[in-house]
Design a protein around this ligand. Structure first.
Ligand SMILES: Nc1ncnc2c1ncn2[C@@H]1O[C@H](COP(=O)(O)OP(=O)(O)O)[C@@H](O)[C@H]1O
Ligand SMILES: [Mg+2]
Length: 388
């Protein structure tokens, strides 16, 4: 297997996700899913593998929604996908055809949605789903919608937040009225950052609270080592101690497959001997890389972009403190240190912020209630890029 950081993988090259995927299919038996993870953790590779290798009776449909700007564009995409499926079963979306006829749209040939029907996007979406469910006959269509939060962000900007919320609510209503319908929402920004209405609603998020949130974690350490070993071999690198090298790569990458690909790619490009000290130095250089080839500044840039004005400076302070701490930090110590810096945001604000930082994958609370960075690699990146 060759190093391919950020590229599309063949399903067989997606390492260590079989148990997660089996669990996702199990959950999808009963409900829809919000698949979350830090950016580049491998969400897209997971759902592409689900698309390529569905279990019997499941019919996954994948669509990247990043470029979708209006509810009507979304309806068109869903219609196209559904039509493709129905035609495979020699069926048509007759409900939509009837509705389009009533609304003055075209009926014969491939379905086209004229601009005049745009105000009726909710009814159209309802008819499309009804047509689909009517013909499922024991098979189940599962919509895999990648980058759905970006679509919501686009719609929110072009048509207003209310319209974006309406779309989320409409999809939820469709899940309620068609118990056989399944959707997987995924994307790297949390919906709570895209829609202020969801931000203030905190955890209780009525438009997705019927869905199960499943997280794509870093790889299990043995899988991470296996990926590192397979890539070293694929790049035909001479390695004196393959076991030690694979372990060092997995550790340095905090078991995140994207960084494992990057490390091996760098080793292959730069022709350095493959040994633990060299691998460590290579990562150190990348943390300081002014070109930021590994896109580690993303973690810093996201804070002012997605956190509300009042919370962003506090989030930076908390992450600075945790990044430079050697041990996990208890809540009272953290608020003490913040106070020592002249920040008096109030206990509840700090709690709320820590909840958000956990939800956004920066921080975890350990069994002793200490807070720490979730991934050592990101902690190092933060510490290097924001020295005190
Ligand atoms: N399970 C995996 N096995 C091997 N490489 C992976 C795996 N998951 C992700 N990668 C690597 O990480 C990159 C980013 O994965 P991707 O699925 O695009 O992340 P996301 O959608 O979460 O942003 C991929 O292009 C690939 O290089
Ligand atoms: Mg992706």
């Amino acid at each position: 297997m060759r190093a391919n950081p950020g590229g599309q993988l063949a399903p067989a090259e997606v390492v260590g996700r079989d148990a997660l995927i089996a669990n996702l299919w199990r959950v999808l038996e009963r409900q829809s899913v919000v698949l979350t993870a830090e950016r580049r953790h491998g969400k897209t590779q997971v759902i592409k593998k689900m698309l390529a290798e569905p279990p019997p009776g499941k019919l996954p449909v994948y669509h990247d929604l990043e470029g979708v700007r209006t509810p009507m564009e979304f309806v068109e995409i869903v219609l196209e996908d559904v039509e493709r499926f129905l035609s495979r079963w020699e069926r048509t979306a007759e409900g939509v055809r009837v509705l389009l006829g009533k609304l003055g749209g075209a009926q014969a040939g491939p379905l086209k949605l004229p601009p005049a029907v745009a105000p009726h996007w909710k009814r159209l979406l309802g008819e499309i789903m009804a047509d689909l469910v009517r013909h499922q006959e024991g098979r189940q269509v599962v919509f895999l919608w990648d980058e759905l939060p970006l679509m919501m962000d686009n719609i929110s900007r072009s048509a207003g937040e209310r319209t974006a919320m309406e779309l989320l609510d409409t999809l939820r209503a469709l899940r309620q009225s068609h118990p056989g319908l399944r959707m997987v929402y995924t994307g790297s920004i949390g919906l709570h950052h895209v829609l202020a209405a969801l931000r203030t609603a905190g955890y209780i998020n009525p438009s997705t609270n019927d869905m199960k949130t499943v997280e794509v974690e870093p790889l299990a350490p043995p899988d991470a080592r296996q990926l590192a070993a397979a890539l070293l071999q694929g790049e035909e690198l001479a390695v004196a101690q393959p076991g030690a090298a694979a372990t060092a790569i997995a550790d340095e990458a905090s078991n995140v497959p994207y960084y494992i690909h990057h490390i091996v790619d760098d080793l292959a490009t730069q022709g350095m001997p493959v040994e633990p000290t060299v691998i460590h130095e290579l990562v150190e250089r990348r943390l300081r890389d002014p070109q930021d080839a590994w896109e580690l500044r993303h973690y810093l840039e996201r804070v002012p972009r997605y956190y509300q004005k009042e919370l962003a400076p506090l989030a930076n302070r908390v992450l600075d403190l945790l990044a430079h701490a050697e041990e996990p930090m208890g809540f009272s110590r953290l608020s003490q240190l913040l106070e020592g810096q002249g920040a008096t945001p109030g206990v509840e604000t700090i709690r709320e912020l820590l909840r958000l930082l956990q939800r956004d994958h920066y921080v975890v609370q350990d069994a002793q209630n200490g807070y720490r960075f979730r991934l050592p690699l990101i902690q190092r990146a933060w510490r290097t890029q924001r020295p005190l």
